[in-house]
Ligand binder design. Structure first.
Ligand code: COI
Length: 358
């Protein structure tokens, strides 16, 4: 793929953030973005790396009315010697295209996906923060831009990549979070769009998110849509339960769960630490009983933005159920440390997961 790099004038450069402690998540963006359009049945080369600027859309654009939008969440990790690492980017490129197929959008070539990210990172690397737990969050996005109100797949698309220097996703950092179990609303049904990374899945979660907040919870735990009995996933991540020494996470088979890159990596790391990992659905009743009997010793989330994040309690049926005295468990800590050590280049990556960029 050919990429034109537009030069920026002095006034195009934004002032850098003042402190890494107050970055938050996804609040500020770097100076440049990567953009390429799909028109007349083909990706229109050259792609451009240009000043970070608004995307101009026809008010009738299909993405705005019928939700043809997909995205990925990735991170660039700054190593101690100031190099930049990507983590399994080929997995994100593949998942992006799987989301595209489900949403009847065009696919983007995986090599170009990774090259676009790398080229942009080379130019923007000074924006990558250094403090522990921070990263340069990467958001590849594609939207259907064809104007018109007929319900149909768009003929035209924009694919773009933006970068956001970010702190930990949860403001509390690596600390236990409270989770609200949604008993009425559902996230995804078999045959729906649950396994695609598309905006509508997140929009549908906002109403319960508000209810969760009212109970002091920062995330929602979704149950399966049919029986409302089995635990599936959390709004911004997958979820794991340590139950009688084995580790459980919901299976991907019904297509209702986002196939997380961190989920897959966590399963691998846990197996290599000697744990048995079962991709089996646990019922919410088993989980609540397990929390009270002590059979569930730990619960943790996994996601790109969230990394490994321990869960301190579940709010279910008007009651807070406290896990492990609201303390971070050893397995969550070990997985968090091992995963971050690989991502930040502090240990040898014998999995071949790291792609060094610059
Ligand atoms: C990620 O983990 O990168 C995600 O995309 C979740 C998000 C919606 C914050």
């Amino acid at each position: 793929m050919k990429i034109d790099i537009e030069s920026l004038s002095k006034s195009d450069f934004k002032p850098k953030y003042k402190s890494e402690e107050s970055l938050g998540f996804g609040k500020i963006f770097t100076d440049r973005m990567f953009v390429i359009k799909y028109e007349k049945g083909a990706w229109q080369e050259p792609a451009t790396i240009k000043k970070f600027s608004p995307v101009i859309l026809d008010p009738s654009a299909i993405c705005l009315h019928y939700g043809q939008t997909i995205f990925e969440g990735m991170k660039a990790y700054r190593t101690e010697d100031s190099h930049i690492n990507l983590f399994r980017p080929e997995k994100n490129a593949a998942r992006f295209n799987s989301s595209a197929r489900r949403m009847m959008m065009v696919e983007f070539p995986p090599d170009a996906f990774i090259d676009g990210i790398k080229e942009l990172l080379v130019l923007e690397k000074d924006w990558a923060p250094k403090s522990p737990g921070t990263s340069l969050y990467i958001r590849p996005t594609m939207i259907g831009t064809e104007p018109g109100l007929g319900v149909r797949p768009s003929t035209d698309y924009i694919f773009y990549i933006i970068l956001s220097p970010s702190g930990p996703y949860f403001p509390e950092g690596f600390q236990c979070v409270k989770i609200f179990v949604s008993e009425f609303y559902i996230r995804a049904a078999p045959g729906g769009t649950g396994s695609a990374k598309t905006g509508g899945n997140y929009a549908a979660s906002l109403l319960v998110g508000k209810e969760a907040e009212e109970h002091g919870c920062s995330q929602v735990l979704w149950l399966d849509a049919i029986s409302k009995k089995y635990v599936e996933e959390v709004g911004a991540s997958n979820i794991f339960f340590v139950y009688e020494d084995d580790i459980y996470t919901a299976p991907l088979t019904l297509g209702t769960i986002l196939p997380g890159v961190t989920r897959e990596s966590t399963i691998q790391l846990a197996k290599d630490m000697g744990f048995t990992v079962k991709e089996e659905a646990l019922s919410i009743e088993t989980v609540i009983e397990g929390i009270h009997s002590g059979k569930i010793a730990e619960v943790f989330m996994s996601g790109t933005a969230a990394s490994i994040a321990p869960v301190g309690s579940l709010y279910y049926q008007n009651k807070e159920h406290i896990i492990n005295n609201f303390e971070i468990g050893d397995i969550s800590s070990k997985l968090y440390r091992t995963l971050s050590d690989i991502q930040y280049g502090r240990v040898d990556d014998h999995y071949g997961w790291i792609v060094p960029v610059c």
